[in-house]
Design a protein around this ligand. Structure first.
Ligand SMILES: CC(=O)SCCNC(=O)CCNC(=O)[C@H](O)C(C)(C)COP(=O)(O)OP(=O)(O)OC[C@H]1O[C@@H](n2cnc3c(N)ncnc32)[C@H](O)[C@@H]1OP(=O)(O)O
Ligand SMILES: O=C([O-])CC(=O)C(=O)O
Length: 370
């Protein structure tokens, strides 16, 4: 029996995150507690070490990240080399991470300590790459990270060239926590399949970025904002959605393979969206989103997923819409790395079977007789 899209198939064991009865936990800690009380750095430490850090451990981990945030000049040169008017930042990120691997002398060193060092370097540098690309395409110089800022604040600082306000830092910190890991989602599975061949970490993360980019996965958040922008005003929301449904089009940011009664991350982003759109004086993005969420729930029984309200949150922070999925990647790289380390730790090649449904035995016909 095949399961289309591997629905319901349990493909591995993992100690990193779980989704049981619509509840998401990281190493047994409820996502709600982490989102309300934690820092992104603390969550990354948790995912990689399967325990919360002490104050001293967290300070050391933050320092480790901070000193590794700069990226090689070769990567900056590479970012300058595209047709900046047309390259999508997720494509740029995918290529830049691959190139980063060329400048890591330990890229193919496979022992556990080297893999942990590479994980820190990758986590530290990914936000710098995204921010540098965003500035370069605007004709601006990349901004170097500051050692005394949090990971979330540093990303906004490198993006905008000025220290973020507290409310902005808090929003990005919470969004990063909420997106950090999610059991065996498509991009994490991709990363695990890749490194289960005993390929290197950079290959695994490059493959995962490719999988996250798609609109059925992380690419949905950018498309949610495209939809909200097309709708334009609150009163257009329901007629717009009705037409989409009549045309059998999917509503981005709605539905989920695993959650039946709702994605527990969405309520946090919904709250942030309400607060931030009020601060910016543009509550229409939140109001419109609520109308769509209620309508789709009522009509199709589908809940909003993590990508739905993150769109209006990032928009309210003044972030370019095509950077929404790269922000997802900046966070999710922590989960990918946790899963890659776990895969190496207890590896077996991942190689499922396909049920053959093509034609049965055929006689070979010489090319001149076809
Ligand atoms: C971080 C993340 O990756 S979260 C997911 C982000 N992706 C999106 O938001 C894209 C929109 N959502 C979707 O495409 C889907 O809900 C997915 C990909 C998330 C999950 O998909 P699956 O579990 O494979 O469900 P599938 O696509 O088979 O849909 C099942 C049914 O629900 C419908 N459906 C599912 N999602 C939607 C949606 N967003 N809008 C309208 N209809 C939908 C499908 O049309 C299908 O209906 P049918 O049986 O009448 O043909
Ligand atoms: O788990 C999934 O299928 C998609 C998702 O929500 C995520 O990766 O955060």
């Amino acid at each position: 029996m095949t399961s289309k899209g591997l629905e319901g198939v349990v493909a591995t064991q993992s100690s990193i995150s779980s989704i049981i009865d619509d509840q998401l936990t990281y190493v047994g800690y409820k996502i709600d507690d982490l989102a309300e009380n934690s820092s992104f750095e603390e969550v990354v430490y948790l995912l990689w070490n399967l325990k919360l850090p002490t104050k001293a451990e967290l300070d050391e981990f933050k320092d480790d990240l901070a000193v590794n945030m700069n990226i090689p000049d070769a990567v900056i040169d590479h970012l300058h080399s595209y047709d900046l008017s047309s390259v999508h930042p997720m494509a740029a990120l995918r290529s830049a991470v691959s190139i980063l691997g060329l400048y890591d002398e330990e890229a193919d060193v496979m022992d556990e300590a080297a893999n942990k060092r590479k994980a820190i370097r990758l986590q530290a540098k990914i936000a710098t790459i995204v921010a540098a690309f965003a500035r370069i395409r605007n004709g601006q110089e990349p901004v170097k990270p500051k050692k005394d800022l949090s990971f979330a604040a540093n990303f906004l600082y490198m993006l905008n060239g000025e220290d973020p306000k507290d409310v902005e830092e808090e929003a990005i910190n919470k969004a990063l926590i909420l997106h950090a890991d999610h059991e065996l989602n498509a991009s994490t599975f991709t990363a695990r399949v890749c490194v289960a061949t005993l390929s290197d970490i950079y290959s695994g993360i490059t493959a995962a970025i490719g999988a996250l980019k798609g609109p059925l996965h992380g690419g949905a958040n950018e498309r949610v904002m495209k939809m909200l922008t097309e709708i334009g005003e609150e009163e257009n929301a329901i007629p717009y959605i009705k037409e989409k449904i009549a045309n059998k089009e999917k509503i981005m940011g709605m539905g989920h393979r695993v959650y039946e009664n709702g994605d527990p991350r969405a309520k946090h982003l919904r709250r942030m969206s309400k607060e931030l759109t009020k601060i910016t004086g543009q509550p229409k993005w939140y109001n419109m989103s609520v109308k769509i969420e209620d309508y789709i729930k009522e009509e199709k029984g589908l809940p909003a997923n993590v990508d739905f309200y993150s769109a209006s949150v990032y928009h309210s922070l003044g972030i370019d819409h095509d950077l929404f999925t790269p922000i997802f990647a900046i966070s999710r790289v922590s989960g990918w790395l946790a899963h890659i380390l776990e895969q190496y730790d207890n590896n077996r090649l991942i190689r499922p079977r396909a049920e053959y449904v093509g034609p049965n035995t055929q006689e070979y016909v010489a090319i001149e007789n076809r």
